[in-house]
Design a protein around this ligand. Structure first.
Ligand code: ACO
Length: 392
């Protein structure tokens, strides 16, 4: 007891020093990775050395999956693996049927991924790298497909699972969601959103996955941690909120009044703006914006594009007054994109997850089988009461 007390006291002394770091671990290098490089100064980022600007033009999401998971090394056996989910569809559908339709799709998605894991990952499952890679690849192909099935279940559509599976994740998502084969343009836009969202270094949800992987938990549990983190309104949940505010704004002329009112509340953060790393602008925005414009024109519905543009312009104008910019992030632009593709708002974050699953799985593999990565275990700065007697 005394020893513990003395130890505690020593620890308190050690941790009581005021930290010089910026809050939110901003300047902390929390590990090494070969997966993604963010270059804030050039407004670019790279998946294993390939610029996002180039990938957005030339690659498919499937190329990106192999780059992220296996450093572009698509072994023959890996290519033939892909979806295992279809084999376990009965278990998935049975779980889905017991769920509450008032729950958020991200929560149902986490439940279904755990169900899938329970089917393929038993108590005596091997955790050798090859088996885990198989799970990673299957998950990466299947999460979007699950999102599509979930949408049909929410809307009580029949059949619950559309009969065909395609070799393109984007096509599967749209086919399951809409109940018809998408046209090439729709498929291209979904593919682009998947590529842009696939990976982004140590963002909050990926860091949650790495933390879980460092404890050597199974891949399904780690992915559930990622989903739970992505769901937050400061992270992936922002794309849903960005669309909700655009619907409230109704037309571009209302933007100023709406933003002024919105930002009057202390601590308010306009969804779709700001970023923990980029201060000059999110490199994904200039890539996706022209496509949102083109989709709006093709659909003869430019209202949401114009509102997003007016939001960007007004936030830039306010920034000049305050001498500090808060540029738009990708979520401002995927919101109208998904809206015009006919995706219901609560499925925007599951679609983000359908892309980020590639990055999560890549990070899981990078951490889990590297014996040099220790369990992640930071220390806290203690600011609570000093040790005191407990008087019963
Ligand atoms: N709207 C208005 N002001 C903002 C916003 C915003 N969206 N973001 C930052 N600011 C301002 C804050 O008011 C604050 O100003 P102050 O210093 O005068 O108080 C300053 O910028 C710093 O704000 P923080 O919240 O500390 O910025 P941080 O870098 O920690 O947060 C975050 C980044 C969480 C993304 C934040 O900008 C935010 O909540 N944005 C809205 C939600 C969103 O769009 N999230 C998606 C992120 S990108 C992604 O996940 C793909």
């Amino acid at each position: 007891m005394v020893i513990v007390f003395v130890l505690n006291k020593r620890r308190i002394k050690m941790t009581n020093k005021k930290s010089q770091q910026r809050p939110g671990l901003r300047d902390v290098i929390a590990g090494e990775t070969k997966i993604c490089l963010l270059d804030e100064t050039r407004q670019d980022f790279y998946y294993r050395g390939y610029s996002i600007k180039e990938l957005a033009q030339k690659a498919t999401f499937e190329d990106v999956i192999y780059i992220l998971l296996f450093d572009d090394d698509p072994l023959e056996e890996r290519l033939s693996l892909q979806s295992q989910l279809f084999l376990h569809r009965d278990a998935i559908v049975n779980t889905l049927r017991t769920q509450n339709r008032n729950a958020h799709p991200m929560d149902i998605l986490a439940t279904l991924i755990r169900t899938f894991g329970n089917e393929v990952y038993s108590l005596d499952a091997t955790e050798d790298q090859e088996s885990v890679e198989k799970f990673a690849l299957s998950l990466t192909f299947d999460v979007g497909y699950l999102a599509g099935i979930m949408k049909r279940w929410y809307e009580r559509r029949r059949p619950l699972i559309m009969p065909e599976i395609y070799d393109s994740v984007a096509k599967n998502i749209l086919y399951q969601m809409k109940g018809r084969k998408p046209d090439e343009f729709e498929e291209h836009l979904m593919d682009l959103a998947l590529i842009l969202y696939a990976e982004h270094e140590f963002n909050a949800s990926t860091f949650a996955v790495r933390l879980a992987a460092s404890a050597h938990t199974d891949i399904f549990s780690a992915i559930v941690c990622g989903i739970g983190t992505l769901r937050g309104s400061r992270h992936g949940g922002a794309n849903e909120n960005a669309m909700r505010i655009m619907l409230e704004i109704k037309n571009p002329e209302n933007v100023r009044k709406y933003v002024n009112r919105f930002l009057k509340t202390p601590g308010a953060r306009l969804p779709g703006f700001g970023h923990a790393v980029y201060t000059q602008g999110d490199p994904r925005v200039p890539i996706i914006k022209p496509w949102v414009k083109e989709l709006s024109e093709r659909k003869r519905d430019t209202r949401w594009y114009e509102i997003a543009l007016a939001l960007e312009e007004y936030m830039a104008e306010r920034a000049k007054e305050k001498n500090r910019g808060i540029p738009a992030n990708i979520d401002l632009w995927t919101a109208p994109l998904y809206y015009l593709l006919g995706i219901p708002i609560p499925f925007y974050t599951p679609l983000f997850a359908s892309a980020r699953i590639a990055g999560w799985c890549a990070h899981y593999l990078e951490v889990r089988h590297n014996p040099k990565v220790p369990i992640l275990r930071p220390r806290a700065q203690y600011i609570g009461p000093q040790p005191r007697p407990f008087l019963s």
